[in-house]
Design a protein around this ligand. Structure first.
Ligand code: PAF
Length: 286
């Protein structure tokens, strides 16, 4: 595996493969790699001849300075792990290289509407940061495809919208969320949980699944079910930010005709802000 830190070294690493028209898949990450990332990488290996993994803790997408400072940085361990997973190139640039100008003074990519709701409402500027860095990574790596996890479902939709709106020639591939055996979605932020909170944490996904079951078997208004689920989360020790049923393709509130839906939630458990989602496919009405 080649480990590079500059766009110039990245171009050198990719030049021969680009010349031979070998397909390149990008797996963008912020490091602190776990089995969830490895699943994305394995998928990338299946769909492309070459795999580039980027590790970059993107300052532009953090809305709170302390969150950026506390984010786990484990580049040496990440590199060692990637070595054993047949990754061709690790691209781990510095913040100075990605953002040579002050962050308030750079061009950014804004995906309207989708950036403003749910995660975007609770993390101001977050999605401008995500869209901007992913656009820059696409321009630097020029991959044919890129793999994103469904755990960050709103992020996935946002990136799909960005490439569509801006005609970016990258095929966005979604990969299902990887879960611990008790259902907790894998995330770098799980490391913020104390052992006791870790034992409580699976209640988030459990609540989403129970809500799905309830919605599939009852004609009561959605809002009633959402309110019950929110109470369940609070009873399990969470401080929920949102728990909501949305239509799947753009996360707007569903009309009765929208049968493909998704339940999304964000909730604090101690110092960890956890998010999760689960699909909800309603049978077609009469
Ligand atoms: O999902 C993440 O880890 C990040 O938001 C991403 C896509 C790597 C952009 O920094």
């Amino acid at each position: 595996m080649l480990s590079v830190t500059t766009p110039h070294a990245l171009d050198n690493a990719l030049a021969a493969w680009r010349q031979q028209d070998q397909s390149i898949a990008l797996v963008p990450t912020m490091g602190n790699l776990h089995a969830g990332h490895l699943a994305l990488i394995q998928h990338a290996r299946r769909v492309a001849e070459r795999v580039v993994v980027s590790v970059f803790v993107n300052p532009l997408q953090f809305d709170r300075a302390e969150d950026l400072a506390a984010y786990p940085r484990t580049l040496d361990a990440d590199r060692a792990l990637l070595e054993t997973h047949q990754v061709d190139v690790l691209f781990a640039p510095s913040a100075q290289l990605i953002y040579p100008r002050p962050l308030h003074d750079i061009s950014t990519v804004i995906v309207p509407t989708l950036s403003e709701i749910l995660e975007g409402e609770h993390r101001k500027g977050h999605f401008a940061g995500v869209a901007t860095v992913v656009c820059k990574l696409f321009n630097l790596v020029r991959p044919q495809c890129a793999v994103f996890g469904e755990k960050d479902f709103q992020q996935l939709l946002l990136i799909q919208r960005m490439v569509e709106d801006l005609n970016i020639p990258v095929n966005i591939i979604a990969h299902p969320t990887l879960r611990e055996s008790d259902g907790l979605a894998m995330s770098s932020r799980n490391s913020y949980l104390t052992p006791q909170q870790r034992a409580q944490a699976p209640a988030l996904y459990r609540t989403l699944q129970q809500l799905r079951t309830a919605l599939l078997s009852s004609a009561e208004p959605i809002a009633l079910h959402e309110a019950r689920a929110l109470k369940d989360l609070q009873a399990a020790g969470f401080l929920p930010e949102y728990l909501t049923v949305r239509r799947r393709h753009d996360l707007a509130l569903p009309t009765p005709a929208d049968r493909q839906r998704v339940i999304l939630a964000s909730a604090w458990l101690g110092k960890a802000r956890l998010i999760d989602n689960c699909p909800l496919d309603l049978p077609h009405g009469p």
